[in-house]
Design a protein around this ligand. Sequence first.
Ligand code: CAA
Length: 388
Amino acid sequence: MSTIWSNTLLSEDHIMVAEGARDFSNKEIKPIAAEIDKQHRYPKEIIKSMAEMGLMGIAVPEEFGGAGMDCLAYTAALEEISVACASCSVIMSVNNSLVCDPIQKFGTDEQKKKYLPSLADGEKLGCFALSEPDSGSDAAAMTTKAVKKGNKWILNGVKNWITNGKEADVAIIFALTNPELKHKGISAFIVDSSATGYTAAKPEDKLGIRGSSTTQILLDNCEIPEENLLGELNGGFKVAMVTLDGGRIGVATQALGIARASMETSIAYSLERKAFGKPIANLGAIQDHLAHMSTKIDAARLLIREAALLKDQGKNYSRQSAQAKWFASEIAMEIATKGIQVLGGFGYTSEYPQERHFRDAKITEIYEGTSEIQKIVIARSLVKEFSK
Ligand code: CAA
């Protein structure tokens, strides 16, 4: 089994983090992953343990209560969590990439001191609210507004598809502060879910990642202190785009983990199941599926590590994270489908985990930018690079 894991580009410290996460995943998460899915249950106790292991604020500097590691460490650990449970991995990924990261990158010292330690140690959970009922791929088309009144911001609008929406204590919310300027008139805010006028609506009933909540957030004259503006006034679109560059590495890694789970399930089953007098792992048709799985998984992981490495080096990685996200999510879906084929009828029932991997894989082609959006980001980056 060890050949399925890859230590390429990882240091001793990264490997230690990955092994710790793998061990935890195998012992604590895998045995209950099906139950979490079936009951649509937020895995509170798992998230608490993950926080104790430093997994909820991996790249948050130690001075702000995090593990002080880098994006490579994040992907190494997240892959292992994702193999066991895609719900746990999206909860972890949103908290790290979409909440801690922008606060760390764009926040004031006071904001970092106030929010990062409790987000990293699991006392609090974060969510990221960009999309709206009528604005998803076209993020700049939002209508939520923020108006300054005295020393407060008053937010009004509806945010949609918010992962962790039900449990989140802290939300990064984007709103128009100058509607005439379109994307140049959007600002980012840190909003406590206890703020007046903030409501998390009923969770969506979803195809997959059922242990994580996805809700609307209703902002009805939601009042927040002026100092909760995140980054520059009217600079919110950039905060969103830069944050999503990092978030896409997280979703790519989640997809990679789901793909690996499908392959591991397929290998185990094909060694056990006999047809024509031998385990089906010896049949060419099954080996063809396994070869596709293994090669595409390794290719996805290399794309992810390249993007993570560039992020850690402080270089531009927008194209690489979009490439990693597009490729990893598409192969996760393809491999999950092949996994069902390998298991035949058993793959279609909840007796085996493969149908869950299949359901979980689909969302990775949609959230944090659909595959279609990733291709726009990739092509625009290429044109920009070549026009220099
Ligand atoms: N980094 C920094 N700046 C960036 C950037 C990046 N990666 N991408 C764009 N920008 C800047 C541009 O340089 C431009 O700046 P100027 O105005 O100064 O020139 C500005 O942003 C506007 O750029 P575009 O003209 O390219 O913007 P656009 O309106 O055409 O949109 C887009 C571009 C890539 C399609 C963007 O809208 C997008 O990413 N859409 C998808 C949104 C998305 O991923 N949503 C998911 C939300 S999170 C979620 O899924 C829920 C959850 O809980 C997990």
